[in-house]
Design a protein. Structure first.
Length: 115
């Protein structure tokens, strides 16, 4: 069974950091393009960071310079290191894996940035 599981979400103060993890079972993440999306209450889901199978990364302007997406191929995991967090980063964060017609989503992990 193909499954993606996100973890690492938490309540953090503004200016703090979190590292989200996206782990896969049933398939090999290095062969897939991976993206982190987020959805805040009342807003549409938006992409924040991507990493290709070759390691090329892209970031939304709103997180550029603060978020870093990376792969740990040995552990079949992708990370999102989030620094200098702002209240507007509050959202449910989702991991997506895509390759050809295959497309998988995790269940999401809640990130709340508040004092």
């Amino acid at each position: 069974q193909f499954q993606l599981v996100e973890s690492g979400g938490d309540l953090v103060q503004p200016g703090g950091s979190l590292r989200l993890s996206c782990s896969a079972s049933g398939f090999t993440l290095p062969n897939y393009a991976i993206a982190w999306f987020r959805q805040a209450p009342g807003k549409e889901r938006e992409g924040v960071a991507t990493i290709s199978s070759g390691g090329t990364t892209n970031y939304a302007d709103s997180v550029k310079g603060r978020f870093t997406i990376s792969r740990d191929n040995a552990n079949n995991t992708v990370y999102a290191q989030m620094n200098s967090l702002k209240p507007e980063d509050t959202a449910v964060y989702y991991c997506n894996a895509a390759r050809g017609f295959a497309n998988y989503w995790g269940q999401g992990t809640q990130v709340t940035v508040s004092s």
